[in-house]
Write a protein that binds this ligand. Structure first.
Ligand code: ARG
Length: 476
């Protein structure tokens, strides 16, 4: 064996490290503290047991271990799993990490057979395997959660396909849009996020087990068998890559970061929409918080925290990349610090998606306030310019100028909506304008006119809802 890590000590006497055969003195307390990861990686106990069971089954099938030892190991690992699940496992910082904690306990329970489990593997391939299994499961859960949120958004979009709201650029009223259209924009983003999660998942789903410390192993192991038993697509083809690479986790955290940034944009809209200045929406009681001093307040705390979580998730992705940056092959202990931020990111992400789903499910919208805001700032001015181009064949720049003059006149007359400006005022500026244009300048007519593919017209929104209902299996 090329590393002390693969060395099985004769005994794990109290105070003696599992790898302590060549050491006379115990580690310094601070050394132990910086070196131990059990507080963090105990979360991978299920994966560690699954990995060990697959490894032991393969060692038995290949004749590297006897059937008898193999059976003792399988039973012992199952018992340890039950013990951990019941909260009765004596985790010890002296045993550093989840791998050594479980292995020592196994030996305690079944004796010498337990000491044979580590044959042909190392903690280096063991931890890479556990971590990949953990990330794989977490990616699946994140994907499910996003799908759930998307379904809620599609149903809300359908229910509000023709509710009019202002579309903004620069957070200034730009053109009227429909709420359904606005909500479906997020569905599109989340759909791409799911594709990124799927890519991370496919790159996570390869088995490093059998890479051993770094170079492979002289035992006649069967890596296909362990890979298949653990549901991996294939064994990784290079043992150095197997123990040293963490790009699967980097990809996962970066994919999560982008999705979290998308969530934060929707969260920010909730914060704006529920403010007393916008009054577009109201969060349900279950998703509002009160103020300890101002009894009238309904605060969107969850949405604000979703914004904050996006910052943590994105920084964690950077943190992981910096840990791996410039790390020579293969394993170095730096890589032990990859898990805390990964776990934190997934935790924060699940909370964020769950919160957005809860808020979006029970939010109510204020149709009048949204419609009224959509009329602010002469939001249908483009419709007038378009009419001048289409019907009078006016060059667009000129139409833009004429429309500007109409807006100016409306403003001077204190008229809020272009559809309320008297025909005579239009004609004083451009005599060829007739009554037919006025009907086109309401916010309803404006959104209905934007009927191009992907446009905001209620008809287009409902087309997209139909497609998404099918794609997201909402009808099933
Ligand atoms: N706890 C370690 C980690 O998470 C396991 C691998 C230890 N390997 C070693 N060569 N010391 O990375």
């Amino acid at each position: 064996m090329s590393s002390s890590d693969s060395f099985i000590p004769p005994a794990s006497a109290k105070g003696q490290q599992m790898w302590g055969g060549r050491f006379a003195a115990s580690p310094d307390e601070t050394m132990k503290a910086i070196n131990a990861s059990i507080d963090v990686d105990q979360r991978m106990w299920r994966e560690d047991i699954a990995g060990s069971k697959a490894h032991a089954a393969m060692l038995t099938a290949t004749g590297i271990l006897t059937q008898e030892d193999g059976q003792a190991i399988q039973a012992g690992l199952d018992e340890i799993g039950a013990e951990i699940a019941a909260g009765q496992f004596p985790f010890s910082i002296d045993l550093e990490d989840i791998h050594l904690n479980i292995e020592a306990r196994l030996t305690e329970r079944i004796g010498d057979a337990g000491k044979r489990l580590h044959t042909g593997r190392s903690r280096n391939d063991q931890v890479a395997t556990d971590f990949r299994l953990w990330v794989r499961r977490a990616l699946g859960e994140a994907d499910e959660a996003l799908l759930g949120l998307m379904r809620i958004l599609v149903l809300q979009a359908e229910a509000h396909a023709d509710w009019i709201m202002p579309g903004f650029t620069h957070l200034q009223t730009a053109q009227p849009v429909t709420l359904g259209h606005h909500l479906l924009a997020y569905v599109e983003m989340f759909q791409r996020d799911r594709a990124r999660l799927a890519s991370a998942l496919s790159h996570s789903n390869e088995s490093p087990l059998g890479s051993a410390a770094l170079a492979g192993t002289p035992y006649p192991i069967n890596r296909e068998q362990t890979a298949a038993a653990l549901g991996f697509d294939r064994p990784m083809a290079n043992s150095l890559d197997g123990v040293a690479s963490r790009d699967f986790a980097m990809e996962a955290l970066n994919a999560l970061s982008i999705a979290a940034v998308h969530l934060s944009r929707l969260a920010e809209e909730i914060v704006l929409w529920t403010s007393s200045h916008f009054r577009f929406a109201r969060l349900s009681d279950a998703w509002s918080t009160g103020s300890s001093i101002m009894p009238q307040k309904r605060n969107p705390d969850a949405a604000e925290l979703v914004r904050a979580k996006a910052a943590r998730i994105a920084s964690n992705a950077q943190c992981l990349m910096m840990i791996v940056k410039a790390l020579p092959l293969t394993y170095a202990k730096d890589l032990q610090d990859d898990k805390a931020m990964t776990f934190e990111s997934f935790d924060a992400f699940m909370l964020s998606v769950g919160s957005m789903a809860g808020m979006m499910q029970s939010i109510t919208f204020n149709r009048d306030a949204m419609r009224q805001a959509a009329t602010f700032g002469y939001s249908t001015a483009t419709d007038l310019a378009d009419w001048l181009v289409r019907v009078l064949n006016m060059p667009f720049r000129e139409a833009h100028h004429v429309t500007g003059a109409v807006v100016k006149a409306a403003e001077a007359a204190g008229i809020a909506e272009l559809c309320d400006v008297p025909l005579a005022t239009f004609q004083a500026i451009e005599p060829r304008i007739d009554a037919s244009v006025i009907a086109l300048l309401s916010v309803e007519a404006s959104v209905a006119a934007r009927d191009s593919y992907g446009g905001t017209a209620p008809k287009q929104v409902l087309e997209q809802v139909k497609r998404l209902r099918h794609a997201l299996q909402l009808d099933a």
